[in-house]
Design a protein around this ligand. Structure first.
Ligand SMILES: [Fe+2]
Length: 467
């Protein structure tokens, strides 16, 4: 079978510092700042989509409409072994070296944090994040790795910091969680205030070891859907380097989903079981009169996604994998009221205007057109005001990861701004950066730029406006 058109998105790529060439259009004058992105660089010995070495890409939108691209590896535990050409003792999602004997857990897990999933800015600091350990602090200007950040000792190998913190724009507090597995399985909820003071806000014991990637904030709760992706008992072998995370996961739709809503201001968590589903990423949530509404990209076919992520260089991603869904929940009764799709195309990586993530307003996603297969090649959006949804398709073979919304100005109306998409295009032999008017993405990009080197595959990103 021939390789998929997007195969070169997984090629190894080098650090670079180059201008972005204009393909068409003009950078809007209001767009001045930096789009940071993170994603793994896949050397040939990497065996899973999630296991490349973290690399921070910075697209610097400068006054006058020019754009520069800079990239630098996260000096992570995994990358240091690769640079020294030493045998790596860690474990990844699907990559592990075969040793004859178990290694000490501290040595295994200390070598495993690839810092390759997200890059988040808070309180003047930039963090490269994985989901099994501490954060790597990155210099926003030089992209050098400053070191490991453990938030005053709150996070560690045993008490991880996930890759999906959420900023509460009302307070400037950055919330995040870490999953702890063992005799007691726990969700640890961290709060880092706008001055950088870090606290353990909650530690909630849950009945099962569930692999969980993301969460969402409503006005009053941190909401988790602990889905039917359970950790198997062999997860206890992982810290000894004898199993990968992928080998310890089992999707089984006989397991219910556990909804957990943790009050942000203290108090006991609401917890109840409901029907089976899976998800990676949330869009937004809000609550009123005890009813919680959560928009998220429901993973429609999690077994397919597991196999394709293992065989990512050659997989066809032939089945639909996600769809924007809305869950309505009665918090008082502890009951799912409804679970409905909101669009008719396939989605992943939902995004909203970060200035008000509680508002029922525009949701943007990476998307696959209805009836098509493969990795996401489009951006999609839903406009709840009139219920319309649509996509902009970059075409066969293109790969689009999480789009990032940028407000036109701090005072602009909600969802008035730009949508930035990072697009691998095999016909252009590289990566494109596309800027859309977020109110009219159907019109196509207002600016399209080309990075003249291979910028590889990224998952998530964050915009930091120039000050
Ligand atoms: Fe993610």
């Amino acid at each position: 079978m021939s390789d998929p058109a997007w195969i070169h998105v997984f090629d190894p790529c080098a650090e670079a510092h180059v201008p972005v060439e204009t393909v068409s259009g003009k950078v809007p004058s209001e767009l001045v700042g930096t789009l940071y992105r993170n994603g793994g660089v896949h050397s040939p010995d990497v065996r899973h989509l999630f296991d490349g070495d973290g690399m921070i890409r910075a697209l610097r939108f400068q006054p006058g409409g020019t754009v520069r691209y800079e990239s630098r590896f996260v000096q992570s535990a995994t990358h240091r072994y690769r640079v020294r050409n030493e045998r790596w003792p860690g474990v990844g999602f699907g990559t592990r070296p075969r040793f004859r004997l178990p290694r000490l857990p501290g040595r295994v897990m200390g070598a495993s944090n690839a810092g390759n999933t997200h890059v988040v800015y808070h309180n003047g600091a930039l963090y490269a994040l994985w989901e099994g350990g501490e954060a790597y602090e990155i210099d926003p200007a030089s992209l050098e790795t400053r070191g490991v950040q453990n938030f005053g000792g709150l996070v560690s190998i045993e008490h991880p910091f996930s890759a999906h913190p959420k900023l509460d724009p009302r307070t400037g507090t950055l919330w995040n969680f870490g999953m702890v597995y063992g005799r007691f399985n726990k969700i640890r909820l961290y709060a880092i205030d706008k001055h950088g003071k870090s606290t353990l806000a909650h530690s909630v014991t849950v009945p099962h070891a569930v692999i969980n990637h993301d969460f969402v904030l409503s006005e009053r709760h941190a909401v988790f859907f602990l889905c039917s992706m359970r950790a198997r008992p062999n997860v206890l072998l992982m810290p000894f380097g004898l199993r990968t995370i992928d080998e310890c996961m089992r999707w089984d739709e006989r397991y219910p989903t556990l909804v957990v809503a943790v009050p942000l201001d203290g108090g006991e968590a609401t917890m109840f079981e409901t029907q089976s589903w899976a998800q990676f990423h949330f869009a937004r949530a809000s609550e009123a009169s005890g009813e919680l509404v959560v928009d998220f990209s429901r993973t429609v076919n999690p077994t397919m996604f597991g196999a394709a992520a293992r065989d990512f260089r050659h997989a066809t991603f032939a089945a639909p994998y996600g769809q924007l869904n809305r869950a309505r929940i009665d918090l008082k009764a502890g009951k799912l009221l409804s679970l409905e799709p909101r669009v008719d195309f396939n989605t992943e990586f939902p995004a909203v205007d970060p200035r008000d993530p509680f508002a029922d307003d525009l949701v943007f996603t990476a998307a696959t057109p209805k009836g098509q297969q493969g990795l996401q090649r489009a951006i999609g959006w839903l406009r709840p005001r009139d219920g319309t949804s649509d996509i902009y398709d970059f075409g066969a073979g293109c790969v689009v990861s999480e789009p990032v919304f940028v407000p036109r100005s701090p005072a602009a109306a909600l969802s008035d701004g730009f949508l930035l998409a990072y697009v691998h295009n095999p016909k252009q032999f590289g990566t494109l950066i596309a800027v859309f008017d977020a109110q009219a993405p159907s019109n196509g990009p207002v600016y399209l730029g080309r990075i003249g080197v291979n910028a590889g595959f990224t998952f998530h990103g964050s915009w930091v406006a120039a000050t």
